[in-house]
Design a protein around this ligand. Structure first.
Ligand SMILES: Nc1ncnc2c1ncn2[C@@H]1O[C@H](COP(=O)(O)OP(=O)(O)OP(=O)(O)O)[C@@H](O)[C@H]1O
Ligand SMILES: [Mg+2]
Length: 286
């Protein structure tokens, strides 16, 4: 289920008739089973890109192909698209509405053609994948859960439909460190089971540690893309400011200013720790 994005553009039209160009000529390929991060300043077009991939908006220019087929072509099966691509929007917990967790997670399976026992099994699987004890949680009211738990229930609802591609818009924003860790752990598991993950995030550490490829947007343009580590290293070389840098990279810069020069390849905290250990053990430049 590869995703080919070709010269993709999107312009919003304001009520005044004025156009807002949110995406300009984006071209890239996302391979089946990849874990892709999307980073970029606010307003750079990240959410718009996810909406286009999910088929919720039609491009004003260019194409998106899933396995070679243009998803906006006449006659393309939109139901199939909906089955293949799952989207978890920002703060999905605000969309919980059913009286029990089980009903909420089962909602997306209503027209799936699955039998009742099959639906129950699927809901159980999705909730367990998100780290819940099914019997304990199934009859609880979603409203009685903590913020992090609500979000995991909301994600289970999308997961239950077994999409081959999962899109997340800032899924860890506003989560406490424990819930964040939890979420990234489960997403990694889902990815290892074969689901393609595309995750928009402002959290550089999460992008650096969990994604394999990165797309970098700025003002609607794709300004860089490639293997995550390489992109972080390039961004640091290209932009002297703090844009797109991990804390470990910022600390490395600070150390260099104070004459402790670590390898340029420091991206994550783990890199920083081992580089520091090596440097301190070896005496380093002084
Ligand atoms: N419904 C809309 N109508 C008009 N313009 C819009 C609409 N939604 C977004 N835009 C504009 O399109 C551009 C891209 O917006 P988008 O929401 O995709 O950015 P983003 O990268 O997701 O930002 P953020 O990090 O703040 O979520 C921005 O200039 C924004 O103002
Ligand atoms: Mg957004």
């Amino acid at each position: 289920m590869s995703i080919q994005i070709e010269h993709l553009s999107y312009a919003y039209r304001l009520p005044s008739g004025e156009k807002v160009e949110a995406l300009k000529e984006i071209t890239c390929t996302i391979a089946t089973g990849d874990f892709v991060g999307i980073m970029g300043p606010t307003g750079s077009g990240k959410t718009t890109l996810l909406q286009l991939i999910a088929g919720l908006r039609r491009p004003t220019g260019g194409r998106i192909r899933l396995n070679g087929k243009d998803i906006n072509a006449h006659g393309y099966n939109r139901n199939l698209l909906r089955q293949m691509v799952g989207v978890v929007f920002q703060e999905p917990e605000n969309q919980l509405f059913a009286t029990t967790v089980e009903k909420d997670v089962a909602f997306g399976l209503k027209y799936s053609g699955l039998s009742r026992p099959e639906i129950t099994a699927r809901v159980q699987w999705a909730l367990e994948t998100m780290g819940f004890d099914f019997e304990k949680i199934r009859n609880q009211s979603p409203l009685a859960l903590s913020g992090g738990e609500k979000r995991r229930v909301a994600i289970a609802g999308v997961l239950a439909t077994k999409p081959q591609i999962l899109l997340f818009d800032e899924p860890i924003a506003g989560l406490d460190p424990y819930s964040r860790q939890h979420f990234l752990h489960f997403v990694t598991k889902i990815n290892q089971a074969g689901t393609t993950i595309i995750m928009v995030s402002h959290n550089m550490e999460a992008l650096a540690e969990y994604t394999r490829h990165l797309l970098v947007l700025a003002q609607g343009r794709l300004i860089d893309s490639g293997p995550t580590r390489e992109v972080f290293i390039r961004l640091k070389q290209k932009h002297s400011g703090a844009f797109g840098q991990t804390e470990a990279q910022k600390i490395t810069t600070l150390l260099a200013k104070n004459k402790l020069v670590l390898p340029a390849a420091v991206v994550t905290y783990d890199d920083l720790l081992s580089a520091l250990k090596q440097e301190l053990a070896g005496g380093g430049p002084g």
